[in-house]
Design a binder for this molecule. Structure first.
Ligand SMILES: O=C(O)CCC(=O)C(=O)O
Length: 285
């Protein structure tokens, strides 16, 4: 765990009943207590180049996917008890972490994230996965912060199509007007060290970053132990139990990493920008 002796620990971060209800109703949460102080976030950011240095020619920060399995730098973040307390408020006492993925938009960069539902991409069932988006920078409407359509998690998974946005960082997305409207989309604004949470069925996306500020976030995916990955699609799928017990027994667990910075590579190149391969149930619709 990241331990910085010169800082007082932040107080516990449990969800209130009204926050749990808001998540159930709207499919997301903002306004959560900060996970890291500004100084802690500065220290975390100062280490990030060590991870980026492991990228191969042609790779980008978006290729840092699931490296929490190999790097204690990321493992310490995904296992931060303050984050796990928040997640427990949504998933209950028994859950694991399986995914982590950077979404870094450098200053004046054109990359967008098309409107999508995460669960469309993941061969996981049932839908019981929470994303925690950890802000490495201050993020807002100016530097391409995420937007999400409240309540959209209740409408089921929608068929995604290939996007015609040349700058899209996902190849599949949902077009505005194709069964949903972006008119009600909420702009996420976070300070560095804060997090948002969203449901795996909530429709969300983000615009380019025309600003002079970087916009970096780490997404972390937590699932209830009832969630089963289709290992025929994702043979490399592994998880770490975060809290409680797994009485289901269908999830392979990995040992904690020991190195501060190390890559995770895949046997079949299965982890793409979209994730692990399409959810077979959703894709068949
Ligand atoms: O960071 C972004 O702009 C998008 C993140 C995202 O799509 C996700 O968390 O699934």
């Amino acid at each position: 765990m990241l331990r910085l002796p010169f800082m007082a620990p932040l107080p516990p971060a449990r969800l209130t009943e009204s926050q749990k209800q808001a998540y159930a109703d709207q499919g997301y949460l903002l306004g959560l207590p900060p996970i890291y102080t500004r100084a802690e976030m500065d220290a975390i950011n100062a280490e990030l180049p060590n991870l980026l240095a492991l990228l191969k020619p042609g790779e980008t920060s978006g290729d840092i996917r699931e490296w929490h399995h190999t790097s204690t730098y990321l493992y310490d973040i995904v296992m931060n008890p303050r984050i796990l307390d928040l997640v427990e408020g949504i998933l209950g006492p028994n859950f694991y972490v399986w995914g982590s993925h950077f979404f870094i938009k450098p200053p004046r960069s054109a990359g967008t994230v098309p409107w999508h539902q995460d669960a469309y991409y993941w061969p996981l069932s049932p839908c019981n996965t929470v994303t925690v988006w950890v802000a490495f920078d201050d993020v807002d409407e100016v530097n391409g912060g995420m937007k999400l359509i409240p309540g959209s998690h209740k409408g089921g998974l929608m068929k995604h199509g290939t996007t015609d946005d040349a700058n899209a960082t996902l190849s599949l997305g949902l077009a505005d007007g194709s069964g949903f409207s972006t008119a009600s989309a909420v702009q996420f604004r976070l300070k560095a060290g804060e997090v948002s949470m969203h449901d795996d069925r909530a429709i969300h996306g983000s615009q380019a970053n025309p600003s002079d500020r970087r916009r970096a976030g780490l997404t972390i995916r937590y699932s209830g132990t009832n969630v089963k990955a289709d290992l025929s699609i994702s043979p490399d799928f592994v998880a770490h139990l975060c809290r409680g017990v797994d009485t289901y027994g269908h999830t392979p667990y990995a040992p904690a990493p020991t190195l501060r910075y190390a890559r995770k590579d895949y046997r079949r190149g299965e982890a793409t920008a979209e994730g692990y391969g399409l959810n077979p149930v959703a894709a068949a619709k």
